[in-house]
Design a protein. Structure first.
Length: 195
């Protein structure tokens, strides 16, 4: 009987060890499964974060491009508007030059400014034929100045030293171009204030 007891004891110990090994294996398998789940979750978060960052970057780039395109369209529209405004002003030049107010008030001032800019240098004053008499009246007694009326001359006056070194463009077109930046700001500010 002792052998039967011994065998029974060995069998009990073997069963206990098998159950302990099975429990240990189950615990190890559960730990491995938890680690795998945690690793998958971390990778999912990392990949989703990277994808979200890429999508956010793409969205910001698209938004920036849309803003630039919008600003470009606004600038182009403003430039077209300014060209129409300045074109309308240029269209009025012949009418302005033909008027008595320009000939008696503005033209003498424009001519004096141009003559003053060349100093006392001998110079030729070029202006439309319709303004030549008014120019001669303004510079009467100035022997170093010669007036040339030209029917094709632009509205206003140009003074060129006889050596060609200095040329002062005080035509209406030249004055408009010099004032263009300031006038453009005023036109655009007026647009923003209008209802």
């Amino acid at each position: 009987m002792p052998l039967d007891h011994l065998l029974a004891a060995l069998e009990r110990d073997g069963s206990a060890q098998a159950e302990a090994l099975l429990a240990e294996a189950s615990a190890a398998a559960a730990a491995i499964a938890r680690e795998a789940d945690e690793l998958v979750a971390r990778r999912r978060v990392d990949r989703l974060g990277a994808r979200e960052a890429r999508l956010r970057g793409a969205a910001e780039a698209a938004l920036g491009a849309a803003r630039r395109a919008g600003r470009g369209a606004v600038l182009a529209a403003r430039e077209r508007l300014l060209e129409r405004v300045f074109g309308a002003a240029r269209d009025l030049f012949p009418e302005v030059v033909a008027g008595e107010a320009y000939r008696t008030a503005a033209f003498p001032t424009h001519l004096s400014e141009a003559v003053h800019a060349v100093g006392g240098e001998p110079a030729v004053i070029r202006c439309p034929t319709t303004l030549a008499a008014a120019a001669r009246a303004v510079v009467a007694g100035e022997k170093q100045l010669t007036v040339q009326g030209d029917p094709a001359a632009p509205p206003g006056v140009t003074v060129v030293t006889t050596d060609g070194v200095i040329e002062v463009d005080n035509t209406l077109e030249g004055r408009l171009e010099r004032l263009r930046a300031r006038l453009a700001l005023e036109v655009l500010a007026g647009l923003e204030q209008s209802p």
